[in-house]
Design a protein. Structure first.
Length: 377
């Protein structure tokens, strides 16, 4: 048995060596392309699985809150239900309405999902763990998230249906309204961190006091407004007026079926994961540990405990999980807002508060509270 294990280890090492040798024989440009593609696969495959299984988590969480089981039949305790849903939608016919613009009708779902996935190119999972290190990453994310509204508008217009167009207008107005509040909230983060780079924004929240150094404390109003605006921008309850079943059936995607509808469905959950990740990075320290340095130091050399307590990618995922749970909790708890209430909240409450708090953050910076400005010199 020892000989067998030694042979397997030798073959494994030999195979890896051959891969390295052949890889270095390739042109440098091709090596770069291969590495980028591998990084994209490493990010996209878990992300798409997370999107699929977030639907299962939602049904389980809401089921528990309503004292029922949720999916139980497909796989152990319903664990394969997302796979069954995907297979069912793959084999359903995509029906294109008469008079619809076929090209735009099929392009709209991709315009909704594409930006939600492309934004992950600049999301840092840990120190140096990022696909593309972009100094203007915050602008890149803002630009991409703004493109998603075009998918909604094109979907409703290209369907050649008054009901879809009505849902489109309501949804687009809501998304644009809350994007303004989200943008102002991120300006507050930019002022506090003094950088557009997401990795530097996280590092600017590091310090010896753990979570007391995170931006959610001095930027608490912006933190709350950003997350609630993220819920509204993704058309999630209680802001899901585009899908008001009692009013307009299913909103802008009422005429979609099969995989075309599934892509809109995936886009909603992909945007939820993106908003959770951005909230964790901007306000909750990203991959930074919540414990003060003095608490972690005595356990730094303990094999497992030191890794758990210290900074790392596990903290980033844990914070994302908390915000995703809030998305699901909101849906099971709050009734849907009226449309006029949603517009009033965005324009008359959130935007004025963010503008005032930007002034407060500017004063903080001048006083050197963030290590920037005149007070720090």
């Amino acid at each position: 048995m020892e000989w067998l294990n030694t042979s397997i280890d030798w073959l494994t090492l030999l195979f890896q060596d051959w891969i390295v040798v052949y890889f270095h024989m390739l042109p440098e440009a091709l090596q770069t392309v291969i590495l980028i593609v591998l990084k994209i696969v490493v990010i996209m495959v878990p992300l798409m699985l997370s999107v699929a299984y977030l639907t299962l988590a939602e049904r389980k969480v809401i089921g528990a809150m309503q004292v029922r089981m949720g999916p139980t039949m497909v796989g152990p305790r319903g664990s394969l239900q997302p796979i069954a849903d995907a297979v069912k939608l793959m084999f359903k016919e995509i029906i294109i309405p008469t008079g619809a613009n076929k090209y735009l009708f099929l392009t709209a779902p991709l315009l909704s999902l594409g930006p939600a996935l492309a934004a992950w190119a600049v999301i840092p999972f840990g120190e140096g763990i990022v696909l593309a290190e972009v100094n203007a990453a915050l602008l890149y994310v803002l630009a991409l998230t703004s493109v998603g509204v075009y998918g909604v508008i094109i979907a409703g217009w290209s369907s050649n249906s008054k009901y879809a167009l009505l849902g489109t207008m309501r949804s687009a107005a809501q998304i644009v309204s809350y994007e303004i509040a989200m943008g102002f909230a991120l300006v507050g983060v930019l002022i506090a961190a003094g950088s557009l780079n997401l990795g530097e924004i996280v590092n600017s929240q590091s310090g010896e006091y753990g979570l007391a150094n995170w931006f959610f404390i001095p930027l608490f109003p912006l933190f709350v407004i950003y997350f609630i605006s993220g819920v509204a921008e993704t058309n999630r309850a209680p802001f899901d007026v585009a899908e008001g079943e009692s009013e307009i059936v299913a909103g802008f995607h009422v005429d979609y079926s099969g995989m075309a509808f599934a892509v809109f469905f995936l886009a909603e959950y992909a945007n939820m994961i993106l908003i959770a990740a951005l909230t964790a990075i901007m306000f909750m320290g990203g991959w930074l540990s919540m414990f003060p340095v003095s608490w972690i130091a005595p356990f730094a050399d303990v094999p497992v405990l030191g890794w758990v307590l210290g900074d790392g990618i596990h903290w980033f995922f844990a914070k994302m999980a908390i915000f995703l749970f809030l998305f699901l909790w909101f849906r099971a708890t709050f009734p849907r807002y009226r449309y006029d209430q949603i517009m009033r909240l965005g324009w008359k409450v959130f935007i004025p508060i963010t503008i005032v708090w930007l002034l407060v953050v500017g004063i903080f910076v001048l006083q050197g509270w963030f290590g920037l400005g005149g007070g720090a010199s």
